[in-house]
Design a protein around this ligand. Sequence first.
Ligand code: 6PG
Length: 236
Amino acid sequence: MVKQFLFEDRDSLFNALALACERHLSKALSTQGQASFMVSGGDTPAPLYQALSHSDLDWTNTHVALVDERWVDKDHEASNEALIHRCLLINEATQAPFTGMKTTAETALEGCAESEENYRQLPKPFTVSILGMGNDGHTASLFPHAQGLNEALAEDNDQLIAAINAHESEVTGPNTERMTLTLNGLLNSKRLIILLTGEEKLAVFKQALGDGDVEDMPIRAILRQNKAPVELYWAP
Ligand code: 6PG
């Protein structure tokens, strides 16, 4: 069962979601002394990150880490790490410890192996994980029929991070190689928040809620599990 928060406009959506994230992170900070905020890339979440960058949370104990990364240099415009540095890790949030996925290895597979240990050290369960979704039904970098998808979704895969090579499409552009939290990595979250804008994505989301294969729309793996509560935040 996905709890759905549907807003009339994007300002209301981002204000409400920033407050909800602050509330969840503050609660973890006061009960556990630390929190983990897992962040996706893409265009949609930028206003959320900008709003949170001004929050007076105890950022020094709030670990910020990527949900997924594209196989590009850190200073590339498509880099998710660059996005987080541009939008979130500014103002008050500059003090947050940040964990990215390493794109300096020879291959994405090696990059995953090199990043795994750092992810194991993050506070668990992750306090809040922000997910997006593409019109092809991918979430994080779990792309339909991608090379590495089955392994990333496998129930017995206890790695937190996996390498993915997606089919080139309008959604991926040329950056088909990715590193992503595995399904088990994602389900290690106290709450998974799917953040979407626009009517088209809402229609795709509704389709994902219906019958059909996970390989066709990998976000279904998130929608069909019952380990981690899922919330949808949407505005037109
Ligand atoms: C990424 C992501 C990805 C993203 C969706 C939606 O690196 O691309 O983490 O899963 O959330 O592709 O992207 P938009 O918000 O740009 O539509």
